[in-house]
Design a protein. Structure first.
Ligand SMILES: NC(=O)c1ccc[n+]([C@@H]2O[C@H](COP(=O)([O-])OP(=O)(O)OC[C@H]3O[C@@H](n4cnc5c(N)ncnc54)[C@H](O)[C@@H]3O)[C@@H](O)[C@H]2O)c1
Ligand SMILES: [Zn+2]
Length: 370
């Protein structure tokens, strides 16, 4: 394996950082960290699906910088107040000081939880993300959002805490279950759809290599996604306006995820795939884009094995319109009965609209449920 790596700089003034992308980088983390933070000790936070295959090489590479490893249970349930409290205490017990680092080594769950802990322990210590799912590599590890869930909903408690470095090792994905890989791929497609038609066309031609773990294809796709997210985040770090475009497919998708109980029945990326197909179909209905465009989007998602319609969700029960409308209302602010959605004029050409009338949306959803 070559040592080829790509570095993407996230430009956020004094909070700027590098995302280093390539195969085999987790084992080289010690060196990548030492050149930037020579005297920092590192506390690793990970989950038990990473310990057998991937953790030993990371820890070996950290050498004397390794302060300890905290292994959590895999799964969304770890993003809770109780796990956050326990994690903060354990980080303090490892003797973590202000100049030290928390390393979030895992998928988006570990990134969100360890990121939140890093932002509050000792009023904030530095965070290094080493994302191990495609979703986390292309999306969750950059941008600085951290979160836990509460009884009221997902990601309702959190902070903005930018990492100081992101180390994206494409080889970690070799052990990722194919379904998780496809779910992460939906977020890769999102970047093409929301602002880069040439990248979408590249994905149509190269998805096989990417999902087959070709490291050059993966590195190219991840770097393109990270650059797109970085450009948007740099313009709108706190999500006041343009950053909302990153939510393409997410208002529809979150409603379906919530309806499915955030369960293994429908993974986040799968819900986003359906949501993106819906955003394009709704855009056709409202006269913003052509049916051929929406068909092309759905065809690519289907081709890789992602769902594009509510009927593709396994199981017999179907949501009703009132239920979906209620869930969509919760997801994004509604003002005077109008919904905010991300719609499309074409592939790579999306926009935020704040005046979608509830009855138009209800009509559309009624047809989607059939
Ligand atoms: N902060 C953000 O900007 C942001 C963005 C998107 C999503 N998220 C959050 O990310 C979470 C979803 O992240 P995810 O999809 O990475 O899920 P995840 O962290 O739950 O990981 C999915 C599964 O894969 C396992 N796994 C991780 N890496 C592996 C590997 N290399 N080999 C084998 N198994 C591996 C995990 O243990 C888990 O069982 C959600 O909680 C979501 O809210 C955050
Ligand atoms: Zn997402």
């Amino acid at each position: 394996m070559t040592n080829a790596k790509t570095t993407v700089r996230i430009s956020l003034g004094e909070r700027s950082y590098d995302v280093v992308i390539g195969p085999g980088l987790a084992a080289r983390s010690g060196d990548l960290i030492a050149t930037r933070f020579p005297s920092a000790r590192c506390a690793v936070v990970t989950d038990s699906n990473l310990t057998a295959r991937h953790l030993p090489a990371l820890v070996a590479g950290l050498t004397h910088r390794h302060a300890g490893t905290i292994v959590l249970k895999p799964g969304e349930a770890s993003k809770s107040f109780s796990e956050l409290g326990a994690l903060c205490e354990r980080l303090l017990a490892l003797g973590l000081e202000r100049g030290d680092l928390v390393i979030a080594f895992g998928g988006g769950v570990i990134g969100d939880l360890a990121g939140l802990a890093a932002s509050i322990v000792r009023r904030g210590v530095r965070l290094v993300q080493i994302p191990s799912t495609l979703l986390a590599q292309v999306d969750a590890s950059i941008g600085g959002k951290t979160a836990i869930n509460t009884a009221q909903g997902k990601n309702l408690v959190g902070t903005f805490h930018q990492p100081s470095l992101v180390i994206t090792d494409t080889e970690l994905l070799a052990t990722l279950p194919p379904r998780e890989m496809r779910a992460g791929y939906a977020e890769v497609v999102k970047y093409g759809l929301l602002g880069n038609a040439a990248f979408f066309a590249w994905l149509e031609a190269n998805f096989d290599g990417l999902l087959g773990h070709d490291s050059a294809a993966l590195a190219h796709a991840i770097a393109t996604g990270v650059r797109a997210k970085a450009a948007i985040v740099a313009r709108d770090e706190l999500e006041n306006n343009d950053r909302m475009r990153l939510n393409l497919g997410h208002t529809f998708g979150h409603a379906l995820e919530a309806w499915a109980g955030f369960s293994a029945r429908l993974l986040h990326g799968e819900a986003v795939a359906i949501g993106m197909a819906q955003a394009f179909r709704f855009s056709v209905e409202l006269g913003h884009t052509s049916k051929a465009t929406a068909d092309r989007v759905a065809a690519h998602l289907s081709q890789v094995g992602l769902p594009t319609r509510i009927a593709d969700i396994p199981g017999n029960e179907r949501p009703d319109v009132a239920n979906l409308m209620r869930l969509m209302r919760q997801d994004k602010k509604v003002s005077s009965g109008k919904f905010t959605l991300i719609l499309a004029r074409g592939i790579g050409d999306t926009f935020v609209t704040r005046d979608v009338a509830a009855d138009r949306l209800a009509d559309f959803l009624a047809r989607e449920i059939i």
